[in-house]
Ligand binder design. Structure first.
Ligand SMILES: [Zn+2]
Length: 481
């Protein structure tokens, strides 16, 4: 199926309106459409994904792979002709996964496939053994009593719904990020969960969790979906089900990492910045292909191609590969803190962190009087299948702190259903990346970044959020038992 669909009458009308709008000249709109089409024939991004997954692979914060990815990023951006290429230091927590095993001891002994959640502590040598108490959702835990949980292993059974907008993820991830800490408060000795992900293979989805201050941490693991099914089948017998958990996961202090930055300098308004973000780190089970090597490749190729357009971009297009998104947004916070004084000069932000799947929509959180400009920009990417879907844009996790400082953001909506089949699993590897879909994403980001760099009058500012820089999601180092 062609990625270009025929222009609708609405598109034609919008193109006319856009041509008449003062923010974008007809020459710029024409060039943006040509840029979009050139990007559909360019495999720079796909080759970058191949390179990062093949030559670096897993790159969990603080590991040798993380350091290798920073070196890869510096030499890659330089070799592609980016300017002001630099590593901005970021301190990251270091966590070692070790081995994790789970075994049903009764009523019918069987091994289960599990992986530790990021930040989990290990078990004593020999493991822990206890009866399993099923709880559906994180919210359901609130109605449980200490008598029900003390000395037991909590099993969160909630199944993430598979959908194009990925809305089921947040609901499932609540138990992952806070379930073990809350269960520990009620005396639980361990936590296992149906994963926050939709893989039907025996591949568990890992992800970050955090601890509550002053609560001794307990081992926390994700099952694969088929293993969660198996555990539920045994529970359905009505017999008490006992599990043994064994894990050598541990924390190992802090390490130095970096945000890697490169620029296409603007021609005339170089001090104004259009920022394109992705994250350089990944979980360690796969090679972080869709999460987020594709994002790194897409924004890099998009910026490079936009920089080659004529007339040249007036504003600077800055790509930022953020450090440690997965395990506490360390890079996002460090960037916002370092560049807080320049926040006003960040005219617009976009982030690619949902893999490389079919784009279908554009949302934009900008000053309300700048929405006609957004519609003119959307008209250029509409032939890629991208509809205007309103103002509910977040800018992604890494741009959150800048958005809170007032930076307008746009989100490219892409099909999240296949993404959450392999998100944070060992299956997130290069073979799952479709070069045609990578090109479609690059085409959208290139055209949008170019138009944002040219638009007269910019996007206004958002209301500032009155709180310290960045959401408080860093996983606190657990108190030692
Ligand atoms: Zn990601």
């Amino acid at each position: 199926m062609s990625l270009i669909r025929r222009a609708s009458p609405l598109t034609a009308l919008l193109l006319t309106l856009a041509a008449a709008a003062p923010a974008l000249t007809p020459a710029v709109l024409t060039e943006a459409r040509a840029l979009r089409d050139r990007a559909l024939a360019d495999d720079t991004a796909y080759e970058l994904v191949r390179s990062l997954t093949t030559e670096v692979g897993p790159r969990l914060a603080g590991t040798p792979g993380d350091a290798a990815s920073v070196a890869w990023a510096l030499r890659t951006l330089k070799s592609l002709g980016f300017q002001n290429v630099r590593a901005e230091p970021v301190t990251v927590p270091r966590w070692i996964r070790g081995d994790a095993r789970a075994e049903i001891m009764a009523p019918w002994p069987q091994p289960l496939i599990v992986t530790s959640l990021g930040g989990s502590v290990g078990t004593p040598v020999g493991g822990i053994e206890a009866e399993v108490v099923p709880v559906t959702t994180f919210d359901d835990l609130k109605s449980m009593t200490r008598a029900q949980l003390e000395g037991r292993i909590v099993f969160f059974t909630f199944r993430m719904e598979r959908s194009r907008d990925g809305a089921g993820y947040g609901k499932a991830a609540a138990a992952r990020s806070r379930g073990a800490a809350e269960a520990a408060k009620l005396g639980a000795v361990g936590m296992v969960m149906r994963p926050a992900g939709t893989s039907t293979s025996r591949t568990p989805h890992t992800g970050a969790q955090r601890w509550s201050e002053g609560i001794p941490p307990i081992p926390a693991m994700a099952l694969s979906n088929p293993d969660a099914d198996l555990l539920e089948q045994q529970l359905a017998s009505g017999n008490p089900v006992r599990l043994r958990l064994t894990s050598t996961a541990r924390w190992d202090g802090e390490a130095q990492s970096a945000n890697v930055v490169g620029e296409i300098p603007g021609d005339g308004r170089a001090d104004e910045i259009v920022i394109l973000g992705a994250h350089l780190d990944s979980w360690d089970l796969g090679t972080g292909a869709h999460d987020d090597a594709t994002g790194v490749g897409i924004i890099t190729a998009a910026a490079k191609l936009a920089g080659e357009a004529k007339p040249r971009p007036r504003r600077t297009i800055r790509v930022v590969f953020f450090a440690n998104e997965e395990f506490g947004l360390s890079g996002a916070r460090a960037y916002a803190a370092k560049h807080a004084d320049a926040a006003e000069r960040h005219v617009l932000g976009m982030e690619s962190d949902l893999g490389a799947y079919q784009p279908f929509g554009l949302t934009a959180r900008v000053a309300p009087d700048r929405l006609p400009l957004v519609r003119a920009m959307q008209s250029v990417v509409e032939p890629l299948g991208i509809d205007y879907l309103g103002t509910e844009a977040s800018g992604g996790a890494d741009l959150g702190p800048l958005r809170e400082l007032g930076m307008p953001v746009m989100d490219l909506k892409t099909d999240a259903a296949p993404y959450f089949d392999l998100h944070h699993t060992a299956n997130d590897t290069f073979d799952k990346v479709d070069p045609a879909l990578v090109r479609a994403n690059v085409a959208a980001y290139a055209a949008l970044a170019y138009l944002a760099a040219q638009a007269e009058g910019g996007f206004g500012r958002l209301p500032k959020v009155e709180k310290p820089v960045g959401p408080a999601v860093a996983p606190a180092m657990p108190a030692q038992r």
